[in-house]
Every structure is written in C-alpha cells, then in structure tokens.
Design a binder for this molecule. Structure first.
Ligand code: NDP
Length: 313
C-alpha cells in the first residue's frame, strides 16, 4: 500500500530521521532552487508532505500539490503550517505534542535558576580567572518568587508543576481561563507582568502571539524582573527586550528562542545578565527519538488507515 504514496520532504530533517524516512518510504526532497519546475514535474505525485515545526508548509505549496492529503510535522509548534489552507483543501495535519513537554519544561526551570543565581555568568567569571580578585556578586533567591506563566498549556503547566518545589506563587495569562487549574488567571498580560518576579513565556507561536510580550509588558516586569522564553522568538518584542536589558529596566533574561534564528542580536550577547541557548528545548537524545517515533507513527497510520495518531485540532 506504501507504493501509492509519495512523500515530499519540505526543509531539512534530523539526519537519523531522514535516513529512516528514506529507508521506509518513497521520498522526494523539495529543492531550494527550481521549485516551480520541480512542482510541475512531481507535484501531482505527492500525497503526503513531511516537515518540521520550524520549516512548515505554506498554503501556496499545498495548492501546488493537487493530491496532497496530509502534512506530517516533526515538532509541536505548527505556526509555520497554513492550517486555514489545509482545512480548505481537506488536508489533515499532525504534530508531535506531549513527548517533548518534560524536556522543554526542564529547560525553562534551568534557565530560571541560571538567570537568578548567575550560573553561566559565574562559570565565565571562574574560567576568566576573576575569582582571584574577589567574590562573585550576589544573586537573587529562587525560592518564594512570584512566577507568571504566559500560556499555561502542556509546557507551561509542566513548568509550573516543577516550580511548585520552590514554594512560589504562580499565576498565568492565556486567552482562556482553565477551570481545572487553581492558579490565578490574568486576562491582562501587563497586569501579570507587574505582579511577577519572573515571566515565563510558553505560548504557541504564530500571528496571534507575535509581539505579545511587548515593550509595555517588559516595562511592567520592572527592574527586578526576569524574562524566560522557551516558546518562540516572535512572541517577544526583541528590540524592546534588548533595550530593557541594556538600560537595566529588567534584571535579566533566559532565552532559548529568537526572532531570526540562528541569528542572535549582538547586543544580547554583550550582556552578562542574558543566558542565551541555541533552541535546545526538546534537544535530548531520548526526546528527539520519541518525537521521531511519533512522527513515523503518524505517517504509518495515515498510510495504513487514513487517520493520524496526533492530529492538530
Ligand atoms: P499548548 O497548545 O499545549 O499550549 C499553548 C498555550 O498558549 C495555551 O495555554 C494557550 O491557551 C496559549 N495561547 C495560545 N495563543 C495565545 C494567545 N494569543 N494569547 C495568550 N495565550 C495563548 O502547546 P505546548 O505547551 O505543547 O507548546 C507551546 C509552545 O512551545 C509551542 O507552540 C512551541 O512554539 C513552543 N516549543 C518550544 C520548544 C523549544 O525548543 N524551545 C520545543 C517545543 C515547543 P489559550 O488557547 O487559552 O490562549
């Protein structure tokens, strides 16, 4: 039955996954040049497109694939996949939720502790031989802080549960109040920021959250406040963040994601109160394997039964 399906790979895939994909399925790679010609020649053969959350599939590409039935994506974020176009065209979409939640939440907690206690900066201090000249400046206590979570979804909630161990107060902002959760809900993100010592960004990306953490929100966090972002770079006004950090309007930031990855603003790297990671949220051997397995499970199930294991709703 596999024979009737031709899979189009859009963008690059982790190498081990690409190997497994090519071994099991008929896979074409969308070229980076000569796309039009390629689509004219091959577009009608393609029934399934595979991609990652970072690359995605545009509505324009979907329309150039007249027999496309499914988009199967590696990663939980799907803001790069045109869901409206998919719906109109009757194309189903899957992602890889849940399996990466723990690792991203772990990293959010790691960034928080690093920022407040200066772990990375203090490591630089020791390596640069500065300890000889005197002690490292005091950090701020992690326990008992007021934590604001922006987006209490799978990752936001898993982060909150981990942070419970530090005796904090926890509140959150999202569009909808969660009835099953006792944490206070803030309709206004500015109000949440002014009531928080640490704001942790864990919302989905995409147009509805672009610039959500605005200059005003960052200002409301205040000079003792910290911003942690494990969601998407686009959610935070990066220029405003750089200004606020440089002018000490906020105390520090822990960032896993940026607006123009893999480029990170030079100004951020010049600041010792910034912990900058290269998008490591799900980057562990175990989680990447779980993601690859879930991705392949979606693909196999779609080919065998025409349904998805983890469809995007
Ligand atoms: P969920 O869908 O479970 O959670 C998303 C949360 O965002 C929900 O609480 C949702 O609540 C909220 N939200 C969505 N839109 C808005 C909005 N416009 N305003 C306010 N809140 C909003 O997703 P996950 O927790 O599984 O993942 C969250 C994101 O984390 C992913 O979309 C991805 O971008 C990012 N991520 C980053 C990784 C990394 O490597 N750093 C790895 C994996 C994921 P409501 O609908 O009520 O608004």
């Amino acid at each position: 039955q596999e024979g009737v399906h031709t899979v189009l790979q859009v963008g690059s895939m982790p190498p081990e996954l690409a190997t497994r994909l090519h071994r099991e399925f008929t896979v074409l790679q969308l070229p980076s040049v000569g796309v039009e010609r390629f689509l004219e020649e091959n577009g009608s053969r393609v029934t399934i497109a595979v991609t990652t959350g970072l690359t995605g599939v545009s509505g324009q590409l979907m329309r150039a694939l007249p027999n496309l039935d499914a988009v199967i994506s590696f990663g939980v974020g799907f803001e790069t996949i045109d869901i409206c176009a998919a719906e109109q065209l009757g194309v189903v979409v899957s992602n890889t939720p849940d399996v990466l939640t723990d690792c991203v939440a772990d990293l959010a907690v790691g960034l928080l502790i690093d920022c407040l206690r200066g772990i990375s900066a203090a490591d630089r201090f020791v390596r640069q031989g500065n300890w000889i000249n005197g002690p490292y400046p005091l950090g701020t206590r992690v326990s008992g802080k007021r934590i604001g979570i922006v987006g209490l979804g799978r990752i936001g909630l898993a982060t909150a549960r981990r942070l419970e161990a530090f005796g904090p107060t926890i509140a959150y902002h999202s569009r909808n109040r969660l009835v099953e959760v006792a944490y206070p809900w803030y309709e206004s993100l500015i109000d949440l920021a002014s009531d928080s010592d640490v704001l942790i960004v864990a919302v989905s990306g995409g147009t509805s959250t672009t610039g959500l953490v605005s200059r005003e929100v960052i200002a409301a966090l205040g000079s003792d406040g910290y911003l942690i972002n494990v969601a998407r770079g686009t959610v935070v006004d990066e220029n405003a963040l750089v200004d606020a950090l440089a002018q000490k309007q906020i105390a520090g930031a822990g960032l896993d994601v940026y607006t123009h990855e893999p480029r990170v603003p030079e100004a951020l790297l010049a600041l010792d109160n910034v912990v900058a990671l290269p998008h490591l949220g799900s980057a562990t051997t175990e989680t990447r394997l779980d993601m690859a397995n879930l991705f392949l499970m979606n693909l196999r199930q779609f080919i065998a039964e025409g349904t998805l294991t983890t469809p995007v709703s």
